[in-house]
Design a protein around this ligand. Structure first.
Ligand code: TMP
Length: 235
């Protein structure tokens, strides 16, 4: 009887441990995400980070959210379409997590298991910042979906490129047409920025905030330093 009890406990523990949690312990690659509000220069700086890692002989894949897979890119097009009907906040949230589920299953987890590093342009922190901070979706709702899809998987390092949204939006304006998110008002992006900074303040181990109102040389020198510290920590 006692043995049966123990076995039952073990079986329950195994069932409770979702496959994604088991997978995290098998992941040998590192997961780095780059975040920030509009106009912070993510594309340029992502290429810089990639080249720094490659110089050190670290194999990495560069990907983005929403997107990163064929299905994810279709969902991205729906989300960014500025001619779309008004999208309900929860429909938006679920579309983002649908794209993320596919991205995790097809790109992110397989790379990490192979020992390849993943550099992702936005991830779940963007959901807390845009849908949570910007739209006002409760963090608890986002956390339920995060835990369901990601299990224990979280980025190892998250770099937040920080800028006053007024300056960021002026940069976006210079580029031309606005997408559905970029059409939002300044106070939306102020809430997005506050949400990012609050997350960074709550976990100084994982997050690094880089001020991008300086020259590219200064920004990239900071990025290089942050990467060096991170690599020393994990290798
Ligand atoms: P991009 O600016 O990196 O191209 O991203 C496209 C937009 O998607 C950007 O305005 C932020 C938005 N977004 C969210 O609202 N929630 C999310 O979880 C992600 C990943 C992006």
């Amino acid at each position: 009887m006692r043995r049966c009890g123990v076995i039952n406990c073990v079986v329950k523990a195994i069932i409770a441990r979702r496959p994604s949690d088991v997978m995290v312990s098998l992941m040998k690659g590192r997961f780095i995400t780059l975040e920030g509000s509009e106009g912070v220069g993510k594309t340029t700086n992502m290429q810089f980070i990639k080249s720094c890692l490659e110089q050190l002989g670290i194999e990495c894949v560069v990907t983005r959210e929403p997107g990163g897979t064929s299905l994810g890119e279709k969902i991205r097009a729906l989300l960014l379409d500025r001619d779309s009907e008004s999208i309900d906040d929860y429909a938006e949230l679920l579309l983002i997590f649908a794209a993320r589920a596919q991205h995790l299953a097809r790109i992110i987890k397989p790379a990490l298991v192979r020992g390849v590093w993943v550099l992702c342009d936005r991830f779940t922190d963007a959901t807390y910042a845009y849908q949570g901070g910007g739209r006002g979706v409760p963090d608890e709702s986002i956390t339920v979906l995060e835990n369901l899809l990601q299990g224990d998987l979280r980025p190892d390092l998250t770099i937040i490129l920080d800028i006053d949204p007024e300056i960021g939006l002026a940069r976006v304006k210079e580029r031309g047409e606005f997408d559905r998110f970029e059409q939002e008002q300044l106070h939306f992006f102020q809430r997005v920025r506050s949400a990012y900074l609050a997350r960074a303040a709550a976990d100084t181990q994982r997050y690094r905030v880089v001020n991008v109102t300086r020259t590219l040389t200064e920004i990239q020198s900071d990025l290089r330093q942050e990467l060096d510290h991170f690599i020393q920590r994990v290798q």
